[in-house]
Write a protein that binds this ligand. Structure first.
Ligand SMILES: Nc1ncnc2c1ncn2[C@@H]1O[C@H](COP(=O)(O)OP(=O)(O)O)[C@@H](O)[C@H]1O
Ligand SMILES: [Mg+2]
Length: 330
């Protein structure tokens, strides 16, 4: 079937622009690389694909990013001393709960006995210092060369927010970001770390690609809400990591459903299970769903992630299960 779809797509768009063709329960998602939107071709193509047996929905996604050029010199990887594995927590757009997920995942991995570091690389909205309670603190150096990581319960942490604050213009942040992140990663005394979790900047632009290449990532976790718009961005995220050969550990659906804190009733306010289907379409693991719940937000905002503040809560258990899955994948 995929081959049939591919030959139809090739009638309308050049072969080299076809990045992926996903197929799941009658839904087809075609991702075209570096291609300008062309509604006429898209409509004709969709019509033809829908004529195939069992297909009832076709989505075409155009990604604007260029394929990263194979560099003449292999880009040198940043050496993060003492750290065995690095995983990225990423999202196609901001506000989907990437940082909340990163911080709780880090706590959950630590609860499973791993030595964990949490690095905040989100130049657009560094929020880990707030979530771990070191907001406003500057990194300390004892020898004038290296910095000490912040410690919260049993995890170590550092944030790009300690070098650039929210008032710094975006352009400046973008331009300096990679250098500043490299400096912090390589000049911090991490000690012995089993898994470093990186809260990535949202999106799939040049900075994200560069970071993904330089960091020598062992895997990426994509966070999305169930809405179509967020999911399309999540697909771009998955494709970006695939392009730079970073294994996708899976997709997490955040704000998956709403649980009323008073009566416990459950509501699918953003739709539900969209990320599950998208993961299946893309052939990547689905790691689990986290509900929209006030406790998750209030704990995060007061520097006490729910996994450690309320370890017996069903939400903490959901993060712990995801951590188990990630450990077994790594
Ligand atoms: N599952 C959830 N339930 C309730 N609130 C959440 C949940 N996930 C995130 N939030 C809240 O939503 C806001 C955005 O989350 P955040 O993790 O900062 O997103 P991002 O890092 O993707 O921008 C925060 O106020 C956070 O506390
Ligand atoms: Mg964030």
């Amino acid at each position: 079937m995929e081959q049939q779809i591919r030959s139809i797509v090739e009638k309308y768009f050049p072969t080299e622009t076809i990045e992926s063709i996903g197929l799941f329960k009658g839904r087809v998602i075609i991702t075209l690389q570096n291609t300008a939107e062309d509604k006429d071709k898209e409509n004709a193509l969709s019509k033809e694909v829908k004529n195939l047996e069992g297909i009832d929905k076709v989505t075409v996604i155009y990604t604007a990013e260029k394929k990263p050029q194979p560099l003449k010199d292999e880009p040198s990887k940043w050496v993060v001393k003492g750290v065995k594995k690095i995983i990225a927590v990423a999202s196609g757009k901001g506000g989907v709960g990437k940082s909340t997920t990163a911080v709780n995942l880090a706590m959950a991995l630590a609860a499973r006995g791993k030595k964990v570091a949490l690095f905040d690389a989100d130049i657009y909205g560094p929020s880990i210092p707030t979530m771990l309670g070191y907001e406003g603190a500057a990194p300390i150096s004892y020898d004038g060369k290296t910095f000490e990581a912040f410690e919260f319960q049993n995890i170590k942490s550092m944030s790009i927010g300690t070098l650039i604050d929210r008032n710094t213009p975006l352009i400046w942040r973008g331009a300096k970001a990679c250098g500043a992140i490299e400096q912090l990663l390589t000049e911090v005394n991490w000690g012995e770390i089993d898994i470093m979790v990186i809260d990535m900047p949202p999106g799939t632009g040049d900075i994200q690609i560069t970071l993904s290449q330089r960091l020598d990532l062992d895997g990426a976790v994509i966070v999305s809400t169930p809405q179509d718009i967020a999911l399309i961005d999540a697909i771009k995220g998955v494709n970006m990591f695939k392009r730079v050969n970073v294994p996708i550990l899976g997709i997490i659906e955040n704000m998956s459903y709403y649980v009323c804190p008073h009566c416990g009733a459950r509501d699918n306010i953003f739709g539900h299970a969209g990320a599950h289907e998208t993961a299946a379409e893309l052939g990547v693991p689905f790691l689990g769903e986290i509900p929209l719940h006030i406790d998750i937000r209030t704990y995060a905002d007061t520097g006490r992630p729910i996994v450690t503040a309320a370890p017996e809560s069903p939400h903490a258990k959901a993060y712990l299960e995801i951590a188990d899955e990630i450990i077994s994948e790594l």
